[in-house]
Design a protein around this ligand. Structure first.
Ligand code: HEC
Ligand code: HEC
Length: 394
């Protein structure tokens, strides 16, 4: 246990205790440098490992470029109003941040101002996931990509004609509007465009697949390739975790927050938000209660009452820029999120409440420190990456 962070923290606290007296670690002045590096054998892996790429959809530069065009293309929606990026904004780690502009409620809004029932999650490091959406009903990015295009509350296309059986590997449970446009209208809209550099869709499809014809299978595969480039590895936390002493030098709050987060006897967040992306990819009820929408979560898929109110643990990378929070976006701030955990779940009588959700008795300073730590998961190079700009310019 030589390098266990608890031990390490005690040493660290001890060495500054003379200065701090009764104040405790978290009260240390922000301007006072700390020389601390993440202990080796850290609880969170130092690197993300290998992304999951299906054998039949290898990544190529041309497919990624086509995928970027499709991801930002509002013509993918039935009325030309909504692209994937409308709800998955790169500056919010590819989450729906429109609530921050005061333009909407806390769940994601689709074409024609239709309100969905869920909040769009961040897509940072989505390439490492093996299960998708809050209730986990998709097993690959390829299978998922057609979902929003044909969802009657998202992009609204009707798939009664021309949907590719090859790409329709999962019964999606999505419904489209009777009488809405069909896939052929969708392809026509896509074809009638030229990007800012003068490229046309047939040119982009030809570069990616050798032929300019459009199919849903090609669309889904190209979008999935682009999504696999959403790699976030350059946060302040990553520098700290890889032993860069300067990373938390002027941020003792974050250091203490990290300690609380990873300590199984303190905040114990790591018991679910584990691994490089801070998610165990499992389903839990974290005590927030049913909410207005009364979403059954994982039980929608398994039909097992033991899964009622369970949702997939979300990644916490770039979490400070991806408000609002939870599957229904009910919390606007991280303070509110921490408030839920500190009382052991705001709805502690809720069915299937996870046994790891217990009152934490964190002080106000502890909560501020955990938030300071979460903020160091922001990766500015990721959120403003020029490879994630809109090729249509609108
Ligand atoms: C109207 C807003 C909206 C649009 C448009 C939209 N999404 Fe989403 N996205 C969501 C919501 C809400 C969820 C959560 C869905 C759920 O859990 O059922 C989601 C979930 C996802 C996920 C799963 C994330 C995870 O962590 O499991 C991926 C991947 C994704 N969207 C990609 C896309 C792509 C690609 C497009 C365009 C083809 C798109 N989205 C269009 C709102 C949107
Ligand atoms: C029992 C497992 C579990 C534990 C322990 C846990 N979480 Fe969570 N966390 C979840 C699940 C599941 C969700 C999504 C719940 C939902 O939307 O209904 C979530 C959501 C969140 C979110 C919202 C993220 C987003 O993008 O919407 C944040 C932030 C968060 N947790 C932080 C923490 C912190 C900090 C701790 C420790 C104090 C913690 N969690 C402990 C399982 C857990």
């Amino acid at each position: 246990m030589k390098n266990h962070p608890v031990q390490f923290m005690r040493l660290f606290c001890g060495s500054v205790m003379v200065v701090l007296m009764l104040a405790g670690c978290s009260k240390q002045s922000i301007n006072e440098p700390v020389t601390a590096t993440s202990p080796s054998g850290a609880l969170i892996p130092k690197s993300p490992g290998t992304i999951i790429v299906p054998a039949d959809n290898p990544m190529t530069a041309a497919k990624i470029d086509l995928g970027r065009h499709l991801f930002f293309d509002k013509q993918l929606s039935v009325d030309g109003s909504t692209s994937c990026a409308t709800c998955h904004d790169p500056s919010g780690g590819f989450s729906d941040i429109r609530i921050l502009n005061g333009s909407m409620a806390s769940t994601s809004m689709g074409f024609s101002n239709r309100m969905g029932t869920r909040n769009a999650p961040s897509l940072a490091n989505i390439a490492y996931n093996s299960i998708f959406t809050w209730d986990g009903r998709f097993k690959s990015l390829e299978a998922h990509a057609q979902g929003p295009i044909f969802n009657s509350l998202e992009m609204g296309n009707n798939f009664s004609n021309g949907r590719d059986a090859a790409a329709d590997t999962v019964s999606s449970g999505y419904h489209s509007d009777p009488g809405g446009n069909d896939t052929l209208f969708l392809f026509k809209r896509l074809n009638n465009q030229t990007d800012m550099a003068g490229k046309t869709m047939p040119q982009l499809f030809t570069a990616a697949y050798g032929s300019g014809s459009i199919t849903m299978w090609k669309i889904a595969n190209a979008i999935a390739c682009f999504e696999r480039t959403f790699i976030s590895t350059q946060s302040t936390f990553d520098r700290f975790n890889n032993g860069d002493e300067s990373a938390y030098k002027y941020n003792p709050q974050a250091l203490h927050g990290y300690e609380l987060f990873t300590d199984t006897k303190k905040a114990n967040c790591i018991s679910c938000h584990s691994g490089y992306n801070f998610t165990d990819q499992q389903f839990h009820n974290n005590g927030i209660g049913a909410g207005v929408v009364h979403d059954s979560g994982r039980m929608n898929i398994t039909k097992n009452s033991a899964d009622l109110f369970k949702f997939k643990t979300p990644s916490l990378r770039n979490v400070a820029v991806s408000a609002p929070y939870m599957h229904d976006g009910r919390f606007a701030t991280l303070e509110k999120v921490l408030g839920n955990y500190n009382v052991g779940g705001t709805d502690s009588h809720s069915a299937n409440l996870d046994s790891k959700i217990q009152p934490l008795n964190l002080s106000k300073d502890d909560i501020a420190d955990i938030i300071a730590f979460l903020t160091t998961l922001n990766d500015d190079k990721f959120t403003v990456n020029p490879q994630f700009t809109n090729p249509w310019g609108k």
